[in-house]
Design a protein around this ligand. Structure first.
Ligand SMILES: Cc1cc2nc3c(=O)[nH]c(=O)nc-3n(C[C@H](O)[C@H](O)[C@H](O)COP(=O)(O)O)c2cc1C
Length: 391
């Protein structure tokens, strides 16, 4: 399985083609649309999300509610396009175009302009924008369905926002984290996807403060799964390592600046005996661990424990109060210009992270156990799991 996306942020819409999905997977436009809607939520997002109520339209690859094995193409129309037709028309007619000639520090504007020879940075930002991730979440919806067929659950959430870290969530089960997020969001009436009642109020205030100051915030997202069969991925070649594929997928999300599995960067300062997850054996659980500092990976393969990975999300680069930059036409020092933007996109980034990790896992499991049809893949996975347990 692989996918490609196309589409500009204020263009006609987004397109995704998912090539090589298994046949026989039950999936509906409503399910995909509901997941895509999750990405649009999040306390601290800009006005755009109120305009765009994304609807996923399946163009191909699904018949009578099931995938048929051919490429699945999905379109999400940009409702906002009606307001941008003059600026974004594909015809050789220019509307009343206001060019953006001042690159924003932290965005793709300047390197993208130099690379493609644009001085109107709209030609860069329209595609560099995280609006593109709406299409990637479609692939995530399909991947999550494949994983659930194999009894694997996955959850992405905000582990930290604006420098405030959620406490005591790392040892919890997926269901326990989900409950905490539900309670927190209900108490504060905000979609934070943040599992700590005690500090959620401070997080919300920090986002409000950043909004008032015309500034932005980042944070950390975490993705966890239930246990996965050991040996998915491979140690025998660098580009077959599944943790590396997941890291690349997470790094490809706009604004992500770092990835760590399990205890991650903190391992570097500890002794081996304090880090490595001791191996135990019991008749019921077979080979298992009591800790998960490895984040579910050893040698680029799943080790039978849950996957646990975090990604650092930098603050949004469109800062309302402006930042020093240069007008690339006049070469004069100036301040950046503000265009409607998010203040904090960490909760949304956690859904995108969940989607891309789900896709990498589903792809690898399908390839690993073999079979082009969901029933066969499911049976093969179950059989493989049985063999791994009896090892
Ligand atoms: C969910 C999400 C929403 C984002 N919204 C904005 C935004 O409104 N304004 C902005 O300047 N950057 C936003 N970003 C970040 C930029 O898209 C990103 O910084 C830019 O494309 C440059 O890529 P890089 O940060 O990966 O280097 C968002 C990122 C994510 C994940």
């Amino acid at each position: 399985m692989r996918y490609l996306t196309a589409g500009e942020s204020h263009g006609k819409g987004l397109v995704i083609i998912i090539d090589g999905p298994p046949s026989g997977l039950k999936i509906t436009e409503e399910e995909i649309t509901a997941y895509v809607a999750e990405r649009q939520k999040g306390y601290g997002r800009g006005g755009r999300q109120k305009i765009e109520r994304d609807r996923a339209e399946i163009i191909s690859g699904v018949r009578f509610g099931k995938t048929i094995g051919s490429p699945v193409a999905v379109v999400i129309k940009n409702r906002d396009y009606v307001n941008w037709e003059g600026m974004m028309s594909v015809c050789p007619v220019r509307g009343n175009v206001i060019e953006l000639n001042v690159p924003r520090p932290g965005h793709a504007d300047l390197p993208g302009g130099i690379k493609y020879g644009h001085r109107d940075f709209r030609n860069v930002l329209e595609r560099a924008s995280a609006r593109e991730t709406a299409a990637r979440v479609v692939a995530g919806a399909i991947a999550k369905k494949i994983l659930s067929e194999m009894g694997i659950d996955i959850l992405g959430y905000s582990a930290a926002i604006g420098g405030i870290k959620a406490k005591d969530h790392e040892g919890l089960s997926i269901d326990a984290v989900r409950k905490r997020i539900k309670d927190t969001d209900a108490k504060y009436g905000a979609d934070l996807r943040y599992p700590d009642l005690k500090t959620a109020g401070v997080v919300k205030n920090r986002i409000d403060e950043a909004l008032k100051e015309g500034d932005t915030l980042g944070g950390i997202v975490r993705v966890i799964t239930t246990k996965i069969a050991p040996g998915i991925g491979d140690y025998t070649q660098w580009d077959r390592k599944l943790d590396a594929k997941i890291a690349a997928a997470l790094m490809s999300i706009q604004a992500v600046k770092g990835v760590e599995f399990g205890a991650g960067f903190s391992c570097a300062a500890l002794k081996g005996s304090a880090v490595h997850d001791r191996i135990y054996y019991s008749q019921k659980e077979r080979h298992h661990r009591l800790t998960n500092n490895a984040g579910g990976f050893e040698g680029g393969m799943t080790n039978g424990e849950p996957v646990s990975v975090m990604a650092a999300v930098k603050p949004i680069s469109t800062v309302k109060k402006g930042m020093d930059s240069v007008d690339v036409n006049t070469r004069k020092k100036t301040r950046t210009v503000y265009e409607r933007s998010d203040v904090c996109a960490v909760p949304a980034a956690s859904i995108i992270a969940e989607a891309v990790v789900a896709f990498e896992l589903a792809r690898e499991i399908c390839a690993s156990v073999g079979g082009s049809e969901m029933g066969r893949i499911k049976a093969n996975y179950r059989n493989y799991l049985k063999q791994a347990k009896s090892y």
